[in-house]
Design a protein around this ligand. Structure first.
Ligand code: FE2
Length: 394
């Protein structure tokens, strides 16, 4: 393989549409499975979000088991608990239902269903020897895009570092994207997860590993988030269009970054989230404009395209650097519209940890897509500005 060869992995099948989970039983028939294990969290279960899935499974004449012990930023311990539940239930399909944490837990547990060892033994890319059982992933937030990706993030319970495990065998056999399931998420969750979508799309678009098909998906996703995120956050039971467009945007951005990789926003947010428990989408939403400003000199034309996608008034006569600054401003405005705080100081993150967070981020796999070279001092500078709410040029 040479550096010019590019791999892009996408799920075998995606089913999309309002109420699409009602079709679940027919697909379980196709897979020839008898007993799915649903991997989810207590909140999703208590909110009744599982009910249409359970109805669909029951209508197909099947039994099922539920593991609802997923925690935000799942650790190796949670993953092993989920894998034990799979064995105990004598299950034959992993059905991940929830936000990124549930789907990531489902992916990681599926590794342990067919492979011996500790989950962190599989860290890195392509280190899963035996194919996992069949999997169906059903997101309940428009956020991580994990349902279309082959990566899972597992937090090391000893070091609090988020480790990445990627293998093509972790792609869903079927992803069901049903925007109706996203309706009950509280507004702040819709806001933070929606900004995660925007972060995926922007980081994938400016990534050094971007490919034409990932860029097409990324730019369309940016456009959708700019238009529909505020409406989705304000959802009061009627605006199906907004939720549907955000669900599309989420999967599109997920497919984009699955081929193009991410960048410094995720490299930093993984550390801020791992160490201080700041929700993933919130950490990304805050960091995104600061990283965009840092990357702007390297990719001014791409930033100009982002500005255009976000509805900024740019034309061919606008210098790309100026247009790029408008992209940063547009992201800040969108974040503010959906009530995301401007600085890390508004979160549980602590300023004293900046040097350590920056060092750790240098080892994060997401950093490899970032268009502008970074060292630990650069990353510390970005974090400092994100704590202080300081922009160099804006
Ligand atoms: Fe993300």
């Amino acid at each position: 393989m040479t550096a010019t060869h590019q791999m892009w992995n996408v799920p075998n099948r995606m089913l999309f549409g309002w109420g699409a989970v009602t079709e679940l039983g027919a697909h379980l028939d196709e897979f020839g499975v008898e007993r799915p294990l649903i991997i989810t969290d207590e909140g999703v279960r208590a909110a009744g979000v599982l009910d249409p899935l359970l109805d669909a499974i029951e209508a197909s004449g099947r039994d099922y088991a539920i593991f609802d012990g997923v925690q935000p930023d799942p650790t190796d311990t949670v993953v092993h608990d989920a894998a034990a539940a799979y064995d105990e239930a004598d299950a034959d399909l992993v059905l991940g239902v929830g936000g990124g944490s549930s789907i990531d837990t489902a992916k990681a547990a599926s590794i342990l269903a067919t492979n011996d060892g500790h989950i962190l033994d599989f860290e890195g890319s392509g280190n899963v020897p035996n194919d996992p059982p069949p999997s169906v992933f059903v997101p309940t937030t428009s956020g991580t895009g994990s349902e279309v990706g082959h990566w899972t993030i597992v937090k090391d319970s000893e070091t609090s570092i988020k480790e990445e495990i990627g293998d093509v065998s972790l792609l869903a056999d079927l992803a069901i994207v049903d925007p109706q399931l996203t309706a009950s998420a509280p507004a702040p969750v819709k806001a933070a997860t929606g900004m995660d979508v925007l972060t995926h799309a922007i980081e994938a678009y400016v990534s050094i590993k971007a490919q034409s098909q990932t860029s097409a998906l990324a730019v369309d996703s940016i456009e959708k988030v700019g238009t529909y995120l505020p409406r989705a956050v304000e959802y009061r039971g009627t605006d199906r269009e907004a939720l549907s467009k955000m669900a599309r945007a989420s999967s599109q951005a997920g497919m984009a970054f699955n081929g193009a990789g991410l960048g410094a926003v995720h490299a930093l947010s993984h550390q801020v989230g791992g160490t201080f428990g700041v929700p993933h989408g919130l950490a990304n939403a805050i960091l995104l404009p600061y990283v965009m400003e840092y990357n702007l000199p390297q990719v001014p034309e791409k930033m100009a395209t982002i500005a255009d996608a976000l509805g900024e008034d740019v034309d061919p006569a606008t210098p790309s650097r100026v247009a790029g600054e408008r992209a940063v401003a547009a992201v800040r405005r969108l974040a503010s519209d959906v009530r995301i705080p401007e600085t890390l100081a508004a979160t549980a993150a602590e300023r004293d940890a900046i040097p350590q967070l920056a060092e750790q981020a240098m080892d994060d796999g997401s950093l490899t897509g970032n268009p502008r070279a970074t060292d630990a001092d650069d990353l510390a500078g970005i974090l400092e500005r994100a704590f202080d709410g300081e922009f160099v040029t804006l």
